[in-house]
Design a protein around this ligand. Structure first.
Ligand code: N01
Length: 543
């Protein structure tokens, strides 16, 4: 273990530096510091731990994977923690991170408000040097990039946006404290998970709500539950096995795609099957559905029609019904992430909630008094929630000033397309590991499950390097290219490329369009990762 020593008060020498103090950065801190006994610190751009759950404090923010699974699997953490709701909100998740800090001693090794803006590697000393905007410098043998998939927000380039005289926030830059909407006219732009969650809350309070929808979200019922503390303590006896079992399912959840094709069942059986999944709620209708749902467009259409029937029956206004759940699918089911709603459709159905169809009439301008659409109407509002999402998965990585061994910035390397080896290494970036990032099952798995899988792999590979005296490893271009092919081949066999979405990078003008996630499932992914370790650093050059 290298002793942490200061050359100047702002310069630290480490074994490993982690960028980001969200779920994945904290897990890696714990593994590398407490198990491998390395000296490790975190540079975090924000003012506290929690990552996405620190930044995304907009009204209604809530996770879409259930407790107790959306959490660390370590007994040390869960034995002294009790969840209040099956799908916890942002406040509960922030409290969970306070608990994690108490148990794992996280904050003491974090430097907050320390946004990284450059990272270069020296091939002679085999060290990364990382700088932050506020003048900190760290040198470390290993660099772990754990900035999450939603660390760079996206706001379209609307004319006049700065002139709006009311209150306007992007969902990821929400202020602490409440934004009062009672007695106000409010607008929400965007109907991804964020826009759905904000609308569902604001429509209950505001005088009038204007929801700017370009594409309907094929929302699924959340079926929220209040959780009982006594029941949880009884269930904890089974948690060890539960967490292990979930690690071997397709999406790290406690269910799997059903091993039957859609048309194998009779129409009556199919309807009953869909009904059961829909009633169970959460992502059952997606990840527990027939195995051909995302591969076969006829099967997918069948599922869409069931979804549309169920959803349309909840909306009384015929115009809103056609906008929110049209008879013709706006895109295949699952090609964009379905939001889990509680009473979104009932809220939007109310007469004081208006849907502005920005597919027919795009937003052209923001004026001091409101939002102007292409039909010339100015929708006057007091408050705007900009829920237009993120330059997801890769955007945050591109902000870090990461340079390869030829001095070329990652932005330049990836301007025509992104590629990695196993979603955790990039050729030309020795000893640098990505966690919860691109070309991994990131968006198609329960977050903490994939984070732990990758965290365990990174820990194993570093442990091997340390015990075998390996100074550096670098992914080969061949390994990277072959993983890139696998990621794209699997994605191209699904309905994913048939929608414009952050899954494909097609939500950001000019971004290369490719599958940003690996949709081959956790078991296959784990096998590929294990091979790299078990077969003597397969896919890497070591020295
Ligand atoms: O962002 P999004 P998000 N004019 O990209 C619209 C996670 N998350 O923040 O679909 C008009 O999904 C855009 O329209 P369209 C979760 O993984 C999780 O909601 O491109 N509209 C779309 O409706 C999620 O998937 C939770 O036609 C414009 C919206 O903005 C991911 O983060 C909660 C527009 C963007 O939707 C991203 O979700 C929240 C324009 N020019 C987020 N540009 C949980 O529940 C964009 N839009 C855990």
């Amino acid at each position: 273990m290298t002793i942490v020593q200061s050359r100047s008060p702002s310069h630290i020498n480490l074994d490993a530096l982690i960028i980001g103090a969200g779920f994945s950065g904290i897990y890696l801190l714990h593994k590398l510091r407490d198990e491998l006994k390395l000296s490790v610190k975190i540079f975090e751009a924000k003012s506290d731990i929690g990552g996405t759950w620190h930044a995304n404090r907009y009204p209604g923010a809530r996770v879409d994977c259930p407790a107790p699974l959306y959490a660390y699997s370590s007994q040390k953490v869960w034995k002294s923690w009790t969840w209040g709701e099956k799908y916890p909100n942002q406040k509960e998740l922030k409290t969970y991170f306070d608990h994690v800090d108490k148990v794992l001693n996280v904050r003491k090794d974090c430097f907050f408000n320390s946004e990284v803006n450059s990272a270069t590697y020296d091939e002679v000393s085999c060290q990364w040097t990382v700088h932050t905007v506020n003048g900190k410098v760290a040198t470390a043998k290993y660099l772990v990039v754990a900035v999450g998939f939603a660390s760079k927000s996206y706001v379209p380039d609307w004319k006049g946006i700065a002139s709006f005289k009311g209150t306007i926030y992007h969902s990821a830059h929400w202020p602490e404290g409440d934004v009062v909407v009672k007695g106000k006219k409010v607008a929400i732009i965007g109907t991804g998970s964020t826009g759905i969650q904000i609308t569902q809350e604001w429509a209950k309070e505001a005088d009038e709500t204007f929801l700017f929808q370009r594409t309907p979200n094929l929302c699924l019922p959340m079926r929220q539950q209040q959780l009982d503390a006594g029941q949880q303590s009884k269930d904890k006896g089974g948690y060890e096995k539960y967490f292990v079992d979930c690690q071997s399912t397709f999406a790290g959840l406690d269910y799997q795609p059903t091993p039957r094709n859609t048309m194998d069942d009779s129409p009556t059986d199919r309807e009953a099957f869909y009904e059961r999944l829909y009633e169970l709620g959460g992502f059952r209708f997606w990840f527990n559905n027939y195995q051909d749902l995302i591969f076969n467009t006829t099967a997918n259409r069948e599922a869409y029609e069931f979804w549309a029937r169920k959803t349309r029956s909840r909306i009384t206004d015929p115009i809103k019904r056609d906008l929110l759940a049209p008879l013709e699918p706006p895109h295949p089911f699952g090609a964009k992430r379905p939001s889990l709603e509680q009473d979104f459709y009932e809220q939007v159905d109310k007469p004081n909630v208006h849907i502005i169809d920005t597919k027919s009439h795009p937003i052209v301008e923001v004026r001091p008094e409101g939002i102007v659409t292409a039909d010339g109407k100015c929708h006057e509002v007091d408050i705007i929630a900009v829920a237009t999402g993120f330059d997801a998965v890769t955007g945050g990585l591109m902000l870090l000033g990461l340079k390869d061994t030829d001095g070329i910035d990652l932005c330049e390397r990836w301007k025509d397309g992104m590629s990695t080896y196993l979603g955790m290494a990039i050729s030309g970036f020795p000893n640098m590991f990505l966690s919860y990032s691109l070309q991994a099952p990131t968006a198609f798995a329960n977050g903490p499950t994939i984070i732990e899988l990758q965290g365990n792999w990174i820990t194993s590979i570093i442990s091997r390097m340390e015990s075998e005296g390996v100074r550096s490893i670098t992914a080969t271009k061949e390994a990277e290219s072959s993983w890139n092919d696998e990621v794209n081949t699997v994605a191209n066999a699904t309905v994913l490329p048939l929608a414009n979405s952050w899954y494909m990078g097609s939500n950001i003008p000019g971004k290369p369009v490719q599958s940003l996630n690996y949709i081959g499932g956790l078991p296959t992914y784990r096998e590929r990762c294990d091979n790299a370790i078990n077969r003597d650093f397969l896919g890497f050059v070591k020295n």
